[in-house]
Design a protein around this ligand. Sequence first.
Ligand SMILES: [Zn+2]
Ligand SMILES: [Zn+2]
Length: 169
Amino acid sequence: MRISYTCPGCHADITADVVMPVAALTCGACGSQLTLPVDALAAGPEGSPRLARCLVCPSTELFTRKDFPQRLGVGIVALGLAASCVAWAWRDLFLTFAILFGTALVDVVLYLVVPDCLACYRCGARYRGADGGGRFGGFDLETHERHRQSVARLREMERRPASGNRSPS
Ligand SMILES: [Zn+2]
Ligand SMILES: [Zn+2]
């Protein structure tokens, strides 16, 4: 299983290959250890790692997504659009549509080829080569929004430490 996560200690982006059984993740940048919850990881039917929750943060809500860098997907579409605009400027209708269809086809093929991975709503950690035993569905915007707001609230609380307790005299 390969885990991509942001180190809670130094906020570095870490990618680690993990072989079961594993008890802790070590950050390659700051050396801090992240102890994995005992009940979070089990062996699936084929000995593949099965996740019950996120290993990095306390969240139990993950979703299944394509293990595909979003920027690459957007980049392909943007490139196709730009190229088709050039072809359009040349008044080459056939080339314009050929380019548009071509880029759409590349996206579809990539989508079919690229494997799934699990991602955490709360901290954004990604897990490749692990399954959730059917526990986790696809991306849900409502859940995502809930986590985004709670993280924003936490940040806000960290910024204003205990100043609300003082009563006006
Ligand atoms: Zn670190
Ligand atoms: Zn998480």
